[in-house]
Design a binder for this molecule. Sequence first.
Ligand SMILES: [Zn+2]
Ligand SMILES: [Zn+2]
Length: 294
Amino acid sequence: MRANGLHMQPEVAADVARLEPAASVAPGHTLRLHVFASGSRGNATVVEDATTGAGVLVDCGICKRDFFTRCDEAGFDPAHLAAILVTHDHTDHTKGLGVVLRGLAKEGVEPVVYVDDAVRAASSELNTLEGKHDLRPLHAGDALSLAGMSVHAFRTSHDAASSCGFRFEAADGDVVGFVTDTGIVTGEAHEGLTGARLLALESNHDVQMLKDGPYPYPVKRRVGSDVGHLSNVQAAEELAALLSAKLEQVVAMHISQNNNTYRLPVDTLSAVIKREGHTACVQAAYQSMLVSVS
Ligand SMILES: [Zn+2]
Ligand SMILES: [Zn+2]
């Protein structure tokens, strides 16, 4: 308990105790990345500062039950959710916002929702939240101070009203890079991901599987375009450019269940790491199973 002279109720004291620095966090290893769900059926990821237990949720395309189950599995206390960041207006990133915010409000938790004005205008889900929750504008290039982290938004290339990815930086310099739903890696996205220790990188499809797969031609063309999704090969090219002494863990994100396997992105990205004599580990993110790295 902090020696602030105030008498605290036991449950409040427990909360504060959880917010005291944890002795087990190694310097430069402050951040944790919990991917609750990733893929076209729903997305949600928490970035947590392990020294405080505070965190930020990126997107909320999952139901309330899955959200609270994954929090539990990840050991993340949703009472310490400081903010929700919305990457773009596609429903696989937004459809759970209302139900999760209402579920959190019942527990007395009211995270601020940061969303680009164009995304807010384009999303019926976000429209229903107007006036009921604390919605604030998010602009690419912004640096926000959230949950003890500096959070920088950068523009991505996607067929949404507007779209962005994020760089999370802890006080000790630890960095998480996060990018999904982008047809190409823009210069500002590459800059935002540089020097990450934990990297959440879209590896959506295998080009040949997309070509041979079941989607109608216009959808195939859209997915593979500059405003669609990153292929395994594009992800591997970007990873090669991001290999640094700091990089430790890569999570392959938004893997297509029709035009990819869970094995292919891991093999493709691992091959780059091996080729360059690097030691970073790669794993796949799943549609309905938690993946946590720290
Ligand atoms: Zn998506
Ligand atoms: Zn999208």
